[in-house]
Design a binder for this molecule. Structure first.
Ligand code: 5GP
Length: 350
């Protein structure tokens, strides 16, 4: 047994220190980024924020809404659409905003191949290989096979939280490594298993490792307000993935229920929750426990109205506070200051 004693930080443990700035207005800030991917040879231009592949969030409707919004926002589609639905979607204009999610089970590969057979292959050029625990040897082997099979597709793979595993996944063929174990709003992994890593530190450490090899990271989970997204970019994230912050909109493709007082709510749940497993796998398998919960979230209308405006406006404003004219400069211009409980922990106060 070993104990690592240097402090690891979450979004709530820090604030970003303001810096002298020559920017006159937040409208002068460019929050789009350009990336050339290490392996696929493809590139990305847009606002590097994406919706998680969760029911109610990673929906075809969300992808259509983001396509309409026009800033290059992405959606990682859930794994549960049928072949016909996917073929239909990936032949539409909105396809450019979507990532095709695939697990490492044989049936996931069979479905991907079935979809690709019915389309020109380049219609799907972004894959997200996604498992809860990216540390298994089987996952690395699967990633290598996918890279050999699809040399020109951009591959995002995860999730991991440490620098050495980020490097490993990049060397196995990932263009982007997805970072986060346990920070999700409807995730109970830390409670059920005791495993996890504070998300700000995970992002800093994994981004550092990835950038050293010409790879990128996507900080996945734990953002609850626009300021957390800015902190993730400040920590070095190239992309940020959102679940809970995008739940409860018209695009959720789920039931919207009104109470007697007229308030409207939607159900939102983790993809390892009882609700998800009952819906997609006929229940929780005997050998495993659920690692997600089910919550009720307020219905918030169209995602492109208030929600995206708050997120993108918040990010532009952060950039003006630290004098970054482009999102690209945010990380270089970020100094985090530790706040509250974390300072007490570090300096040994009660
Ligand atoms: P959020 O933005 O809601 O904080 O986090 C979204 C992320 O939580 C997802 O992208 C995914 O990585 C993670 N997640 C989603 N469902 C579950 C779940 O049931 N259990 C766990 N451990 N993580 C989940």
């Amino acid at each position: 047994m070993r104990i690592e004693s240097d402090p690891k930080l979450d979004f709530k443990d820090v604030l970003i220190r303001p810096k002298r700035s020559t920017l006159g207005s937040r409208s002068e800030v460019d929050i789009k980024r350009h990336f050339d991917f290490k392996w696929s040879g493809q590139s990305f231009d847009g606002v590097p924020i994406m919706a998680a592949n969760m029911d109610g969030v990673g929906t075809l409707s969300m992808a259509r809404a983001f396509h309409k919004q026009g800033d290059g926002l992405g959606v990682c589609l859930t794994k549960h659409y049928s072949v016909d639905q996917l073929v239909d979607f990936f032949t539409s204009d909105a396809a450019d905003s979507a990532w095709y999610s695939v697990g490492i089970a044989e049936r996931d590969m069979e479905k991907l191949e079935a979809v690709l057979k019915k389309l020109p292959s380049e219609n799907i050029n972004k894959l997200c290989i996604d498992v809860a625990n990216g540390y298994s040897e089987r996952f690395g082997d699967f990633l290598k096979t996918m890279r050999e099979k699809y040399p020109n597709k951009t591959i995002m793979a995860g999730n991991v939280v440490t620098g050495e595993m980020t490097e490993e996944l990049i060397l196995c063929g990932a263009d982007i490594v997805k970072v986060g174990i346990g920070p999700g709003s409807v995730c109970t992994t830390r409670k059920m298993t005791g495993v996890g890593y504070p998300q700000l530190s995970a992002t800093i450490e994994c981004a550092d490792a990835a950038h050293g090899l010409g790879g990128l990271v996507c900080a996945d989970g734990g953002c609850t307000v626009p300021g957390d997204i800015a902190k993730a970019f400040g920590a070095g994230a190239d992309f940020v993935m959102l679940g809970g912050m995008l739940a409860g909109h018209d695009q959720c493709e789920g039931e919207i229920v009104a109470t007697e007082t007229g308030q409207k709510f939607c159900t939102f749940y983790g993809m390892s929750s009882d609700t998800a497993m009952e819906r997609h796998s006929g229940g929780v398998a005997e050998y495993r426990a659920s690692e997600g919960k089910t919550v009720r979230v307020r219905h918030r209308g169209d995602v492109n109205d208030r929600t995206m405006q708050d997120i993108l406006g918040g990010l532009r404003s952060t950039c003006t506070y630290v004098g970054a004219t482009q999102l690209k400069e945010l990380s270089k211009r970020t100094t985090f200051i530790m706040v509250g409980q974390q300072i007490n922990n570090v300096f040994g106060e009660s």
